[in-house]
Design a protein around this ligand. Structure first.
Ligand code: ADP
Length: 171
């Protein structure tokens, strides 16, 4: 699987699927979640509400992933996953890696061959950017998937630069 680092707004990605750093309510939030719902339109939220009314009555657990339509976005699907809130005293990195691995498993079920990820947990959930990148790359490299290309879409130039430094520093 090819792992690309990119910079920009993930809602503009033309991959088969884009991943949303959602919260467990699935009912919308700020950051990348807000941007996806704003640009993708109400169809996405309608499917999220249906998930809450059905299998995910208690919300989507941290580390898990589930797909909806991408509404008006160029992608076909949005894969919603819930990152862990960063903790300085507890190692929650297995859950962060689960987000990437489980999102790719959902992509496999959908038949998506290209997937764009935001840097999960690195915004409101306060994960340090360099370690968030390290966890993302570790999880993506280790995943057993039919997805051919993943793009890690960093929102701003500073984050992209950090991501490139982390990648060139090696595992
Ligand atoms: P979390 O709650 O998982 O931390 P956030 O959405 O707050 O999720 O932030 C995750 C990352 O996504 C942050 O690095 C943030 O800068 C970035 N981000 C915010 N909006 C967008 C967007 N439209 N496209 C790509 N990345 C975004």
């Amino acid at each position: 699987m090819l792992i690309e680092l990119a910079q920009g707004d993930i809602t503009a990605e033309t991959t088969d699927a884009i991943v949303n750093a959602a919260n467990s309510s699935l009912l919308g939030g700020g950051g990348v979640d807000g941007a996806i719902h704003r640009r993708g339109g109400p169809e996405i939220l309608a499917e999220c509400r249906a998930l809450r009314a059905g299998h995910y009555g208690r919300g989507l657990p941290t580390g898990k992933a589930v797909a909806t339509t991408a509404g008006r976005l160029a992608a076909r699907w949005v894969i919603h996953t819930v990152g862990p809130v960063y903790s300085a005293t507890e190692d929650r990195s297995p859950l962060l890696r689960d987000c990437y691995v489980n999102s790719l498993a959902v992509a496999d079920e959908l038949g998506a061959e290209t997937v764009a990820f935001p840097l999960i947990s690195s915004g409101v959930y306060r994960w340090p950017v360099d370690d968030a990148v390290r966890q993302a790359l570790t999880a993506l490299r280790g995943a057993d998937t039919r997805v051919q290309t993943t793009r890690l879409v960093l929102f701003d130039e500073k984050t992209r630069r950090v991501a490139e430094e982390v990648r060139s520093a090696g595992p």
